[in-house]
Design a protein around this ligand. Structure first.
Ligand code: CS2
Ligand code: MG
Length: 402
């Protein structure tokens, strides 16, 4: 088999997605997600101008060799643009291999380790009462794990709180909108939120919370400690993690489980975190961490240190990434949980997929490949629209982490 073409398709059915379609001389094609929120066109150029020409004529079955060729061969290693491009190629090649084998992808990854993939949904409200109601809606839908975020008294807007509850889309503006942040107000408010949720729903649902890189290590330690009575499933992205050693300090002070890694691109971004057992869940995902090939490497490494997966699954990761992630989640021995932010009906129509939700779990389906396709004619109807994530400032105007 030979690769005959590699096409990059940009579509915006409510938000931007970049998709790579690799064609072969045997009429089998594969699809990979290459979406990098707010920097989409950089990956488009990387793929079109620098990767596609190198793929033509290669054997698509040589997945590992092509991965190494693109990673080592570029000389300039790692980084979100490079790794999203490599991920798209890798995902499309696994799709081709599984279609050629006439098997769902999870069979090629070792088969099922579990019946379904437990997911968590996003409950968010302007205040504690509204958040409690939103958590209730997810309980009704059968979710076993629910992330809870709430507006903070005294702050106009904050991360994770949206007007549209089921289809939260943070990349909401043509130029970045601005939020104001107060760590003091947040740290006072958040334990109250979880106390109220536990009082209402008891300890049955798993509860998760995303700090979105807002704290310093000692503040994160304090938050983790104050949340211990509410037994969270995890506290996510408590601090920015360029400095992996920060987590040593947090870990010394709290038994609240820690998750991090949605913006990591390679195993090197989490090596210390995993090896020193400073975290419990690694959030790297297919599109931003080099595809199935590299993510599987990270998860295998993590399994030795009792770290489980908690793959990122926000709306900016396309259904193609979700499909691929579900196959890996079904097979990985150390799967933990999969984030599931629902895509809009427009997005689901552009990306017909075999996966389905039922009673707290996603199932990848048994279609050969990863089970997600792209309707190119429909995709064309939704041209690219520039869209940015917000930025965040402290109350005195200084830039902070979003
Ligand atoms: C978030 C994301 O899902 C999450 O945990 O942190 O919504 C994140 O902000 C976006 O994916 C950014 O692209
Ligand atoms: Mg997050």
């Amino acid at each position: 088999m030979k690769i005959t073409d590699a096409k990059v398709i940009v579509t915006s059915p409510g938000r931007n997605f970049v998709t790579l379609k690799i064609m072969t001389d045997e009429c089998v094609y594969g699809i990979g997600d290459a979406t990098l929120n707010g920097r989409e066109l950089a990956v488009v150029s990387y793929l079109k101008d620098h990767v596609a020409p190198c793929l033509i004529g290669r054997d698509p079955h040589q997945i590992e060799d092509i991965w190494q060729y693109l990673y080592r061969g570029a000389y300039w290693r790692t980084g979100p643009v490079t790794m999203a491009a490599i991920a798209a190629v890798d995902t499309a090649l696994w799709d081709i291999k599984a279609k050629a084998a006439n098997m769902p992808l999870y069979q090629l990854l070792g088969g099922k380790s579990r019946a379904g993939v437990m997911v968590y949904g996003h409950a968010n409200g302007r205040d504690i009462d509204e958040t409690i109601d939103e958590v209730g809606k997810y309980v009704e839908l059968g979710y076993k794990a629910i992330r809870a975020q709430s507006g903070i008294p005294g702050l106009d807007s904050t991360y994770g709180v949206s007007a549209d509850k089921l289809f939260y889309e943070p990349a909401d503006a043509d130029l970045p909108s601005e939020n104001v942040w107060s760590t003091t107000k947040y740290l006072d408010h958040t334990p109250r939120l979880f106390e109220a949720i536990r009082n209402k729903y008891g300890f049955d649902p798993h509860l998760l919370h995303d700090v979105h890189h807002r704290l310093t290590p000692i503040e994160a330690a304090r938050l983790g400690k104050s949340l211990e009575p509410y037994r969270l499933f995890w506290m996510e992205d408590a601090v920015p993690a360029e400095n992996q050693e920060s987590f040593r300090l947090i870990r010394q002070h709290t038994t609240t489980p820690l998750a991090v890694g949605e913006i990591f691109n390679t195993i090197w971004d989490c090596r210390t975190l995993i090896q020193e057992q400073l975290i419990d869940y690694i959030r790297t995902t297919v599109v931003h961490a080099g595809g199935i090939t590299h993510l599987r490497r990270i998860l295998d490494f993590a399994s030795i240190y009792n770290v489980r997966s908690g793959c990122h699954g926000a709306t900016d990761l396309s259904p193609v990434c979700m499909g691929a992630s579900l196959h890996l989640g079904l097979s990985a021995p150390n799967f933990g949980v999969q984030e599931y932010m629902r895509h809009t009906p427009e997005t689901d129509e552009v990306f017909p997929h075999a996966y389905s939700y039922s009673d707290g779990y996603l199932y990848p389906g048994d279609t050969p490949g990863h089970g997600v396709d792209l309707d190119e004619a429909l995709a064309e109807k939704y041209p690219y629209r520039r869209a940015y994530l917000p930025v965040n400032r402290l109350e005195d105007g200084a830039m902070w982490n979003w």
